[in-house]
Design a protein around this ligand. Structure first.
Ligand SMILES: CC(=O)N[C@H]1[C@@H](OP(=O)(O)OP(=O)(O)OC[C@H]2O[C@@H](n3ccc(=O)[nH]c3=O)[C@H](O)[C@@H]2O)O[C@H](CO)[C@@H](O)[C@@H]1O[C@H](C)C(=O)N[C@@H](C)C(=O)N[C@H](CCC(=O)O)C(=O)O
Ligand SMILES: Nc1ncnc2c1ncn2[C@@H]1O[C@H](COP(=O)(O)OP(=O)(O)OP(=O)(O)O)[C@@H](O)[C@H]1O
Ligand SMILES: N[C@H](CCC[C@H](N)C(=O)O)C(=O)O
Length: 496
C-alpha cells in the first residue's frame, strides 16, 4: 500500500507525504521488519518515541508519532522517511492497520463481551453456538485465540488493534463470517478496539478489580460503558445486558429498548432462567424469552454459569439462531480450561481448579462448593493468592471472601511479579484474619497445593483458585512453568 493512501485514512495534525510503499504496520519497535510503518506511542511504562531510530534501523519506512518533538526530529534526521504527527497514537494505529489489512472488520459480524467476570466463558459458549450452525468464527480472548478452527495462544485478553485486525484478516481469508471477542476494560480505555464495528455487545457484571489501572469503580465502569457507546464506531446494533447487576441496570437505562436484550434470573428480564436444577457437572433449566421458552441442559456447573449461558444465548439469538439451535449447542457447549475444572481422582476428595481472582468470583465459587458438599457435610478448603503488580485493594477483600465461606484457607502466591510474595500475603491476611477461619500460609504454590489436598478427607472439596488455565508462575526472577491442575494431579497420585 502506498503511504499517501494510508495517510488518507488516519486523522493527522501534520504529515510528510511521499511515494513510499508500506508493507506492514507495527507499534512495537522489537517487532518491526523491513517495509513497516512504525506507530510510536507514549505509554504508561515506556515511550515508543524513544524507539523510532531503532525502528528505522530495522527497516521502518514511515513513522506515525504522537509527539511533536519526535515529529520535528524525524523530519530533520530522517527526511526521506514518511512521517505523520497525530493526537492519538492508538487511534492512528487502528486506522492505519484497518487500511493495511484491507478492512477485515467489514467482513465479520462482531460480538463483544465485557465485564469483570464471565467474559471468557460467555465468549466460548457463544462461539460454540455459532459454530454449531456451521458458521466459521474468529475468537479472541484470555485463554486462546481461534481462527476459523485453528487454536493459537493469546498474548492478551484484548490485543492491540493491529493484532486484532491481522487476526480478523486471517480469519476472513479462512472463511470466517463471525468474530467473538472479549473486550477488557484496559482495551476499552486505551482504545485498542478503536473503529471495530460491534454488532452485539454483552455486559456480564462489574465487581472490584483493576483499580490499580482505573483508580475508582466509577472510572472502571466508565471504561466498560464505552463498548455500548461505540469506540470510534457506531453503537452496537444489540446490547445484551445482565440486569441483575446494578451496573448492568445503569447501562440498560441508557439504551433504546428496541436495541436492548436484558438477561437475568428474574422474570423482569427478557432472557431468564427458571426451574433450575443443578448438580456437579450438569445444570438443567428452562430458558424463557420473548420468543418462547426452551429446556436447556448444560455440562457447566454453578449459578455464574447460568448467567453465562443466558448471555451467550441472548447474543446467539441476536445473531439469528433459533432457541432450539441454542439449546442444542448448550448441551455440548464449551468446557473452558481452568474454569471449575475438576481434577480426576478416585480418592473421594473433589479437587477443582478455577480462575477466580477477584473477591466476587471467590465468593461465588465457595458458595457453589458448599452446595456440592452439603449433602455429605464435607468441608470446603480454599487455596488462593493475589497477583503482584495488580490492584492491591482487592487483596484484603479476597482474604475476607476466602475466609467467610471456607472451613480452611491455604494462602499462597499467584504471580507475585515484581513484588515480594510475603508482602502480598500479608495484605491478604488482613481480611482473612477478620473472619477467624483456620488458615495456613505457604508462599510456595506447589507446596501449598500439597498442603491443601493432604488436609482434605473423603467428601471434602479443595478449591485451587486464581490461576485457572495459566501455565506459568510469574516471579521477580522471571516466569517458570506452573500448572495448577498438573501439580494437583501429581499430589493426588501420591507423587511430590
Ligand atoms: C496497563 C496496560 O494495559 N499496558 C499495556 C499497554 O502499555 P502502555 O500503553 O503503557 O505501553 P508501554 O509498555 O508503556 O509502551 C509504549 C509503547 O512503546 C512500545 N515499545 C516499548 C518497548 C520497546 O522496546 N519498544 C517499543 O516500541 C510499546 O509497544 C508501546 O507501543 O500496551 C502495551 C503494548 O500493547 C502492553 O504490553 C501493556 O500490557 C501490559 C504488559 C499488561 O500487563 N497489561 C494487562 C494489565 C492487560 O492489558 N490486561 C487486560 C486484561 C485484564 C483482565 O480483564 O483481567 C488485557 O486486555 O489483556
Ligand atoms: N458470570 C459470572 N459472574 C461472576 N463470576 C463468574 C462468572 N463467570 C465466571 N465467573 C468466575 O470468574 C472466573 C473467571 O471467569 P472467566 O474467565 O469466564 O472471566 P473473564 O471475565 O474472562 O476473566 P479475565 O478477563 O480476568 O480472564 C471463573 O473461574 C469463575 O470463578
Ligand atoms: N488477566 C488478569 C487476571 C490474572 C489472574 C491472576 N492469576 C493474577 O495474576 O493476578 C490480570 O492480568 O490481571
Amino acid at each position: 500500500m502506498d503511504w499517501n493512501e494510508v495517510l488518507r485514512e488516519i486523522a493527522v495534525i501534520q504529515s510528510a507525504e511521499g511515494e513510499v510503499p508500506v508493507r506492514g504496520v507495527q507499534y512495537d519497535s522489537r517487532r518491526v521488519v523491513s517495509g513497516d510503518l512504525f506507530v510510536a506511542m507514549r505509554g504508561g511504562s515506556a515511550d515508543g518515541n524513544q524507539f523510532i531510530d531503532k525502528a528505522i534501523s530495522q527497516g521502518a519506512v514511515t513513522v506515525v508519532t504522537d509527539s511533536p518533538e519526535a515529529y520535528e526530529k524525524l523530519r530533520q534526521k530522517h527526511a526521506g522517511t514518511g512521517a505523520a504527527l497525530v493526537e492519538y497514537g492508538r487511534r492512528a494505529l487502528a486506522e492505519a492497520s484497518a487500511a493495511i489489512f484491507g478492512h477485515p472488520q467489514r467482513h465479520l459480524a462482531l460480538s463483544a463481551v465485557t465485564g469483570t467476570n464471565g467474559k471468557t466463558t460467555t465468549a466460548f459458549l457463544l462461539e460454540a453456538m455459532l459454530k454449531s450452525v456451521g458458521r466459521s468464527c474468529v475468537l479472541i480472548g484470555t485463554i486462546e485465540t481461534h481462527i476459523a478452527g485453528e487454536v493459537r495462544e493469546s498474548p492478551h485478553t484484548t490485543p492491540e488493534s493491529r493484532d486484532v485486525l491481522e487476526l480478523f484478516s486471517e480469519g476472513a481469508k479462512a472463511g470466517a463470517t463471525e468474530a467473538v471477542m472479549e473486550m477488557s476494560s484496559h482495551a476499552l480505555e486505551q482504545e485498542r478496539v478503536w473503529g471495530l464495528p460491534v454488532d452485539v455487545a454483552i455486559f456480564t457484571n462489574l465487581t472490584q478489580d483493576h483499580l490499580d489501572f482505573h483508580g475508582t469503580m466509577e472510572r472502571y465502569f466508565a471504561a466498560k460503558t464505552r463498548l455500548f457507546e461505540g469506540v470510534g464506531a457506531p453503537p452496537p446494533r444489540v446490547a445484551v445486558v445482565n440486569v441483575d447487576d446494578p451496573y448492568g441496570q445503569r447501562i440498560a437505562e441508557r439504551i433504546e429498548r428496541s436495541q436492548l436484550v436484558r438477561y437475568g434470573l428474574d422474570v423482569a428480564a427478557d432472557f431468564f432462567a427458571e426451574e433450575i436444577r443443578m448438580r456437579a457437572g450438569e445444570t438443567r433449566l428452562r430458558m424463557r424469552t420473548p420468543h418462547g421458552a426452551v429446556e436447556v441442559r448444560s455440562p457447566l456447573t454453578g449459578r455464574v454459569n447460568i448467567y453465562n449461558l443466558l448471555a451467550a444465548s441472548a447474543a446467539a439469538w441476536a445473531r439469528g439462531l433459533t432457541l432450539d439451535q441454542i439449546a442444542q449447542a448448550a448441551e455440548t457447549g464449551a468446557q473452558v480450561p481452568g474454569r471449575f475444572e475438576v481434577v480426576p481422582t478416585d480418592t473421594g476428595v473433589t479437587v477443582v481448579v478455577d480462575y477466580a481472582h477477584t473477591d466476587d468470583a471467590l465468593r461465588n465459587l465457595i458458595v457453589l462448593a458448599r452446595e456440592l458438599v452439603k449433602e455429605h457435610s464435607g468441608r470446603v478448603i480454599t487455596l488462593f493468592g493475589c497477583g503482584g503488580d495488580r490492584d492491591r485493594t482487592k487483596r484484603p477483600r479476597m482474604g475476607r471472601a476466602a475466609g467467610e465461606g471456607s472451613d480452611l484457607v491455604v494462602l499462597t502466591s499467584d504471580n507475585p511479579r515484581s513484588e515480594e510474595p510475603g508482602a502480598i500475603v500479608a495484605e491478604a491476611l488482613v481480611g482473612l484474619r477478620e473472619t477467624g477461619t483456620e488458615s495456613i500460609v505457604e508462599e510456595d504454590r506447589a507446596a501449598a497445593i500439597e498442603i491443601a489436598i493432604r488436609s482434605a478427607d473423603k467428601g471434602d472439596i479443595v478449591l485451587i483458585a486464581g490461576k485457572g488455565h495459566e501455565k506459568m508462575q510469574i516471579l521477580r526472577s522471571g516466569a517458570v512453568p506452573f500448572d495448577d491442575s498438573a501439580v494437583a494431579a501429581r499430589v493426588l497420585r501420591g507423587e511430590r
